[in-house]
Design a protein around this ligand. Structure first.
Ligand SMILES: *Cc1c(COP(=O)(O)O)cnc(C)c1O
Length: 380
């Protein structure tokens, strides 16, 4: 029985040709050619002025916080249900992450919870475009503007997503993307920071290259910075992927459509939502399952036994050992009802770009099997 992986990329002759050219020719005077082409194509696709290729989305978030001067004593609001990379950079700069609740429909940051978490110390908010969906950026933007809070958008999971026609990643001072092997666009590992703010852009260029100014050839370091760069081989892969972005997004939407159809009559199960003004790119097809199935770990184990690899919906950051002991996490555990309720029963189903319709049919049949079994009480 073939195992169905939870995710996987779409690699074609185009990617192989670009990477082969980069590894052959992109050295010395040409070392930056693919990075520049990738950055230009990425900026154009998103309708922004600047894009900086980086080793990861984590580094893009780190640089965003540094460029805005956020540090010790500052608070940054982050949704409780996300990958830890959304919050860890807040800790890197010595600021305090504050975990807000998510919205029950979008599974992204709730505008009401965001507003309730604001204090005089709040400097920024990092909304996360979870699983290819977006929060209500009209409502979030209004709250942020009223309080003078900067938005740093974590669009790691949402390349190609749109809200009211506008691209995900363009709703903050900066937008950050990941090209990890599981993501919709991939470079193996990699990231991008986009912005329309020239001062932020210039600051990021210095910070990401050991405090050197762009074009410096005399190795003059004006401050202690970081080394956050993407290799030309990765940039070549990224260029091929961004040139295929609409094709890859269409594929993601097709895969979700197969699931929606195959599970349409399973009334007990909730799949990703798509509000009327959103184009969701469904990075992960996620099912919230009924409590009688015994929780996400039990479901993942049962599907794993049938050769189907799933992942848990992110556990709230405030529940994890990394943050649990902090006062902010204690407050979050009392506050974030939606995050705690959903994450317990949420499972990411296989969503890779390499899936076929027959794979989705097999997963759907297995999920239906779990729902149909009479005695689903989990032994563990
Ligand atoms: C993948 C991911 C990141 C981190 O991306 P890296 O490129 O691995 O640093 C950040 N935020 C979210 C929401 C992610 O899913």
């Amino acid at each position: 029985m073939k195992r169905i992986p939870v995710s996987g990329p779409s690699i074609t002759e185009k990617e192989i040709a670009y990477v082969t050219d980069a590894v052959t020719n992109a050295w010395y005077a040409n070392a930056n050619v693919y990075n520049e082409r990738f950055e230009r194509a990425f900026a154009e696709y998103h309708g922004v002025r600047y894009a900086v290729s980086l080793p990861s989305c984590t580094s893009a978030l780190h640089l965003s916080l540094l460029a805005l001067g956020i540090g010790p004593g500052d608070e940054v609001i982050v949704p409780d249900c996300t990958w830890i990379a959304s919050a860890a950079p807040v800790s890197y700069v010595g600021a305090t992450p504050v975990f807000a609740d998510i919205d029950p429909a979008s599974w992204c940051l709730s505008a009401n919870s965001f507003a309730a978490c604001i204090t005089p110390r709040t400097r920024a908010v990092i909304p996360v475009d979870l699983y290819g969906n977006v929060p209500d950026y009209a409502a979030l933007g209004e709250v942020a503007q009223r309080h003078g809070i900067a938005i740093i958008e974590d669009a790691a999971e949402a390349a190609g997503t749109r809200f009211r026609g506008r691209a995900a990643g363009t709703f903050g001072v900066t937008g950050t993307f990941s090209f990890h092997g599981s993501k919709t666009l991939t470079t193996g590992e990699g990231g991008m920071l986009i912005t329309d703010d020239e001062a932020v852009y210039r600051r990021v260029l210095v910070l990401r290259d050991h405090g050197r100014r762009p074009g410096d050839t005399m190795f003059e370091n004006h401050e202690v910075g970081y080394k956050y760069k993407m290799s030309s081989m990765q940039a070549a892969l990224g260029l091929a992927q961004i040139e295929r972005a609409e094709e890859l997004v269409a594929r993601k939407r097709e895969i979700f459509g197969w699931y929606r159809e195959a599970l349409a009559d399973c009334g007990e199960l909730v799949l990703n939502s798509e509000a009327q003004d959103v184009r969701n790119t469904y990075w992960m097809v996620t099912a919230i399952l009924p409590a009688r199935l015994g929780g996400k770990a039990a479901v993942i184990r049962r599907l794993g036994e049938q050769g189907i690899d799933c992942r848990p919906l992110f556990s709230p950051l405030s529940s994890l050992e990394a943050y649990a002991a902090t006062p902010m996490a204690q407050a979050a555990r009392a506050r974030n009802r939606v995050a705690y309720a959903l994450s317990e029963h949420g499972v990411n189903l296989p969503s890779g770009l390499n899936l076929g319709r027959e794979d989705v049919a097999r997963v759907a049949a297995a999920v239906r099997g779990l729902l149909a079994a009479p005695a689903m009480q989990d032994a563990a």
